[in-house]
Design a protein around this ligand. Structure first.
Ligand SMILES: [Zn+2]
Length: 299
């Protein structure tokens, strides 16, 4: 062997690499092993595990069965710890590092107390009826890709208010003269859109609620993407689908509006993750739609 060939073999064969003189060096390449569970690893994000159909994954103590594509998906709550563990029924396991959120806290004074609360018997009946319609919808589950193919923005409009901030509203009722105070976390992703802006499905799914007049939400649509992931659209001026409709990403489903209890025309888009393996809805929570928009979207 010439010196040049020996040097070349040394360059290629780093690490344990046996070479029989006079033969081509055998280079063993091991493809990088991707962890089975990845996703939008931030508080309010989503873990996506990929394995074989029927395989069971457990993430942070919550169990899900992989669908026919081998996918299992898990919402990450807004107060998830810095590290969460995952295990699979094939014996593999790992840890996921979860980025912390830093949502702001805002106090809003001069709040119109009479605008939100249901006071009259008619308003209370409307609010109660709306609540039941929502509960019934959230109890239904449909198959679908979840976030497997990514999400697109549901309207061609700029984001105006993010998911996450806690808002404390302080005001005085013009009707009763009494002060009022309420604190809530903004659970959606607001987009500033003039009334009549088209709303499209951000991902494939099945319509599970389509109502032109819920008390707080106004015109509202719930779209079940599968894996318990459900988009909620509020304050719509036009609802162009009905429960049971199956829609594809990009399909027109509604027009934006200013209906329900709003402070101006906008689209409120929220995404709730529901644990499909549990009959109790108390453990469900909203996640950050902006993090879903960051996932790679397939064509
Ligand atoms: Zn909102």
């Amino acid at each position: 062997m010439m010196l040049r060939e020996i040097l070349l073999a040394l360059v290629i064969c780093t690490g344990a690499c046996a070479q029989v003189p006079g033969t081509e060096p055998v280079i063993e390449t091991t493809p990088p092993v991707l962890p089975a569970c990845q996703g939008a690893l931030t508080q309010g994000g989503l873990v996506i595990c990929e394995g074989t159909p029927g395989e069971t994954f457990t993430v942070a103590g919550v169990k899900q069965v992989a669908d026919s594509e081998g996918s299992a998906q898990f919402g990450i709550s807004s107060n998830a710890p810095a590290v969460i563990g995952w295990t699979a029924s094939d014996g593999s396991y790992g840890d996921l590092t979860i980025a912390e959120r830093h949502d702001e806290f805002r106090t809003i004074k001069g709040f119109d107390c009479d605008k939100v609360d249901a006071r009259s018997a008619e308003q209370k009946a409307h609010a109660a009826r709306s609540w039941q319609i929502k509960q019934d919808a959230f109890a239904t589950f449909h198959p679908g890709p979840g976030a497997l193919n990514g999400f697109i923005k549901p309207a061609d409009a700029p984001a105006s208010s993010p998911f996450g901030p806690t808002r404390k509203y302080i005001g005085v009722s013009k009707v009763t003269g009494k002060p009022c105070e309420s604190t809530s976390v903004h659970q959606g992703y607001d987009m500033a859109a003039p009334i009549g802006t088209p709303v499209v499905a951000p991902a494939d799914g099945t319509i599970i609620l389509a109502d032109p007049d819920l008390y707080y939400e106004g015109g509202a649509i719930f779209l079940d993407h599968g894996h318990g992931l459900t988009s909620v659209f509020m304050h719509l001026s036009e609802v162009d689908v009905k429960p049971g409709d199956v829609v594809k990403r990009g399909d027109l489903i509604a027009k934006t509006g200013n209906s329900g209890r709003t402070t101006g025309p906008h689209l409120h888009w929220a995404v709730k993750w529901r644990n499909a393996q549990s009959d109790a809805r108390s453990g469900d929570f909203y996640i950050d739609p902006a993090l879903l928009l960051d996932l790679p979207a397939s064509d």
